[in-house]
Design a protein around this ligand. Structure first.
Ligand SMILES: CCCCC/C=C/C(=O)SCCNC(=O)CCNC(=O)[C@H](O)C(C)(C)COP(=O)(O)OP(=O)(O)OC[C@H]1O[C@@H](n2cnc3c(N)ncnc32)[C@H](O)[C@@H]1OP(=O)(O)O
Length: 304
């Protein structure tokens, strides 16, 4: 699967690399995509995804930097996808570390305002972008490590569990899990499958039905994350871990990853349009819109 994905990515992006990258120092290239938000909404250009590629190690650090909570808006998803495509195309890049620039938050998950009060067409476009990012991350041929340096509910948890390995900051105040039912919404089958593939069926069933957010120690206990380290050591540990993964012969690791993940990816690929239609019909229901409204109001009230 990863190979197939990679091939199609190579076709999509061939020739586009130099458009976005700038050399900042000898072995390290860093880039952002300032034009995405601006061209979509005629808004001011500010990048939400920072990529720092170290060609001496073959490791790219992809940092979400979308205050206040790194919610996955359409702009963030689009920029994230392009950055991953670009890295997938780069033969010098073998590993991606995903992290956040925000204190205490990895990602608040999908941007609820993209699903509340929006047209069916907008919801369809948004959902397609969510699918696309998951396909790229879960199906990546590169080694992917999530450096979870803060809370990571719902779509944030999906991003982390789509990586090959998860290192989380050892802070019981940080929560991670698929809490969709708490919002009155239902995580789709590919969110569920990613969770099942990570923690097994029983823990996934409890987690999904109850919409559980696990504290960092509990997340380690149920296998939702692989390792806890002090907050200031999350990124360094991710780099050390990545070096170990990159020492494995790459073709053997890639084929093994593809073998493990292909059935899950194929399931979405063969039901992609139906999944979009299902999402749009569900999310635009009056009762679901009401639940989202109440949840958003609850978030705002918490602050006061
Ligand atoms: C078929 C349908 C399937 C759909 C699958 C859905 C997947 C999802 O990912 S749905 C999103 C689920 N996410 C959450 O439930 C997280 C909600 N947020 C939080 O719990 C907290 O914000 C936090 C723990 C992530 C951070 O807490 P804190 O630092 O205290 O920040 P605030 O709560 O004050 O939030 C600041 C600001 O951001 C807004 N906001 C938070 N999360 C989201 C979000 N996911 N989408 C959009 N906006 C979000 C929040 O409302 C505040 O806004 P203002 O009051 O305007 O400042």
């Amino acid at each position: 699967m990863a190979g197939i994905l990679q091939q199609s990515l190579r076709c999509t992006l061939s020739g586009g690399r130099s458009l976005f990258s700038t050399l900042t120092r000898d072995a390290t290239r860093s880039w952002t995509l300032p034009g995405i938000a601006a061209s979509r909404r005629n808004a001011s250009a500010s990048s939400k995804i920072q990529v720092e590629m170290d060609s001496s190690t073959g490791i790219a650090v992809v940092t979400m930097q979308s205050p206040p909570v790194n919610s996955l808006s359409l702009d963030v998803l689009t920029e994230f996808c392009i950055s991953l495509e670009k890295l997938e195309m780069d033969r010098g890049c073998q590993g991606v570390i995903l992290t956040s620039s925000l204190p205490k938050i990895f990602s608040a998950g999908l941007d609820i305002t993209e699903m509340y009060g929006k047209s069916p067409e907008h919801c369809a476009e948004f959902w397609k972008a969510v699918q696309e990012l998951w396909l790229k991350l879960y199906g990546s041929s590169m080694v992917t490590v999530a450096a979870v340096n803060g809370s990571s509910p719902a779509g944030g948890c999906l991003m982390a569990t789509s990586c090959d390995y998860r290192i989380m900051a050892d802070n019981p105040k940080y929560g991670i899990g698929l809490n969709e039912t708490q919002l009155g919404i239902v995580a789709p089958f590919w969110f569920r499958d990613t969770m099942v593939n990570t923690v097994g069926n029983r823990v996934a069933e409890l987690s999904l039905q109850l919409g559980l957010l696990y504290s960092a120690p509990d997340a380690l206990r149920v296998g939702l994350v692989d390792q806890l380290v002090p907050e200031q050591e999350v990124l360094r540990t991710a780099k050390d871990t990545m070096a170990k993964w990159l020492a494995i012969p790459d073709h053997a690791r890639q084929i093994t990853k593809s073998m493990m993940r292909k059935p899950t990816i194929d399931k979405l690929l063969s039901h992609r349009e139906a999944d979009i239609a299902n999402f749009v019909s569900f999310i635009t229901k009056d009762s679901i819109q009401k639940s989202l409204k109440m949840y958003l109001e609850g978030l705002k009230k918490r602050k006061n």
